[in-house]
Design a protein around this ligand. Structure first.
Ligand SMILES: [Zn+2]
Length: 451
């Protein structure tokens, strides 16, 4: 990076010495602290824009306005329906809503350093039943005593968005430049398909590493995910009148027993989990999302279906999980003498377990966290999922870190500790300097490049 005094001349030019770099960064850090109120106001404003799936236009406009006002040109990456429908790694549903864009902001480096992506997401998980919230989900209510902000997306992931925008502002206003390119990705659909990050990478916004600001507190990073899979199971019964229901086979009852059986055998797989997955009691999860069966008033239902979700630890694969579920449900149906075997629909969301962080990237997180007062950041697995798989597919080292201390994501009363906005901005700035100042060649050592 460089400070306001223009001593660098782009690729091959002179690089400021370490003391100039330090002075510029110290100045930027002081500015981050001095502007705490701005970051709070920004996060509150972002929470007040309900950016649900398919209705992200307002927040995209706001991000573009913010960046444009700083003299930068945001790059819009469309959620191209046709491209996504034809893409093997795109997940459903593919939205037909027009004019939906991801936003990418590139801070060009002077050349010679490694590039870095900071990725955050603009969409939110639906707020659910708003009567369950202490403060309305889109109020951005602030508790002054604890300096906590409430609202859907407060942690997941509007805090990440506010931090990225704040960093862009400080970098632009201070005229900071790094050796490698810095790429900010503001993506859609992290909470539903992951297609936003996919679209950005397809559009060529790649880098030597990526940090996803999502899902962790400052003392924790996620470097691998369990596999995740959604599916439908159907079961047919045998018709009978309710007055002689014992002569029929009630599909609703049989399917209920079947899915509870599957739940039990999946949970039993937890006994076989291997490190690092032993840090969780149950990386193998089975959740019944929904069940459907119906019948006319005096008949038993003959058709039932359930929508379920499983997570699974490596080395288990999607294919193994599918055959395990098929075998187990068949065995159960035969042992229970059901008239028909269950059938499966595997068309839902499915992702293999993924891990793609490099040792360099892990070391970067540990070192920068430590320099900022977090001595033992823990880097490990998560049973959740993220857009990491798309980075893995392209061989881009990636992990999840930040956006800071937040609680209750995907639940009522989601909230975020406002102190962490400026704190994490300083950590990321540190990380950017350390990463982007290194040459691409692995033999160049870990010093800031000096020529
Ligand atoms: Zn998230």
């Amino acid at each position: 990076m460089r400070g306001g005094d223009d001593r660098s001349t782009g690729a091959g030019g002179r690089v400021p010495d370490a003391s100039v770099i330090d002075a510029a960064i110290l100045d930027a850090r002081a500015t981050i602290d001095a502007r705490r109120q701005d970051w709070t106001d920004l996060l509150q404003e972002l929470i007040r824009i309900p950016s649900r799936f398919g209705a992200e236009h307002a927040i995209v406009r706001r991000v573009c306005e913010y960046v444009t006002a700083l003299g930068l040109v945001p790059d819009l990456v469309p959620m191209d329906e046709e491209l996504l429908r034809g893409h093997a790694h795109a997940a459903k549903p593919i939205s037909s809503v027009a004019d939906r864009n991801n936003v990418v902001v590139r801070v060009r480096g002077r050349g010679g350093g490694r590039s870095l992506i900071l990725n955050c997401h603009l969409d939110i998980q639906p707020e659910g039943d708003s009567t369950q919230w202490t403060h309305p989900p889109f109020s951005g209510h602030i508790d002054r005593k604890t300096n906590v902000i409430f609202g859907r997306g407060a942690m997941d992931d509007k805090a990440g968005v506010a931090i990225c925008l704040g960093l862009i502002r400080v970098i632009a206003e201070k005229g900071l430049q790094f050796d490698g390119d810095l790429i900010f990705q503001f993506v859609l659909e992290d909470e539903i398909t992951g297609n936003g990050s996919l679209a950005c990478l397809e559009a060529g916004h790649v880098a030597d590493a990526a940090i996803i600001l999502d899902g962790t507190r400052p003392d924790r990073a996620i470097d691998q995910h369990a596999g995740n899979m959604e599916f439908q199971i159907r079961l047919k019964g045998r018709a009978a009148s309710v007055s002689v229901s014992h002569l029929g086979a009630n599909a609703a009852e049989m399917l209920s027993r079947t899915v509870l059986h599957l739940r039990e055998v999946i949970h039993r797989l937890n006994e076989s989990r291997e490190p690092p997955w032993t840090e969780f009691p149950s990386p193998y999860q089975f959740v019944i999302h929904g069940m459907q069966a119906d019948a006319p008033r005096f008949s038993v239902p003959v058709d039932a279906s359930a929508r379920c979700f499983v997570t699974f630890a490596p080395p288990t694969t999607i294919a193994q999980m599918r055959s395990f579920l098929e075998d187990e449900s068949r065995r159960h149906a035969q042992a229970s003498q059901y008239p028909h075997l269950p059938t499966f629909d595997w068309d839902g969301f499915a992702t293999e377990a993924v891990a793609c962080a490099s040792e360099d990237l892990r070391a970067l997180v540990r070192a920068t966290a430590k320099r900022n007062g977090i001595p033992d950041a823990r880097i490990g697995p998560s049973t959740g999922t993220s857009d990491m798989r798309h980075f893995a597919m392209r061989g881009i080292p990636c992990l999840l870190f930040g956006p800071g201390r937040g609680f209750n994501p995907h639940r009522p009363d989601e909230h975020f500790l406002l102190d962490d906005l400026s704190f994490m901005m300083k950590v990321y700035l540190d990380m950017i300097v350390a990463w982007c100042s290194q040459r691409k060649s692995p033999n160049e050592g870990l010093e800031i490049v000096q020529r």
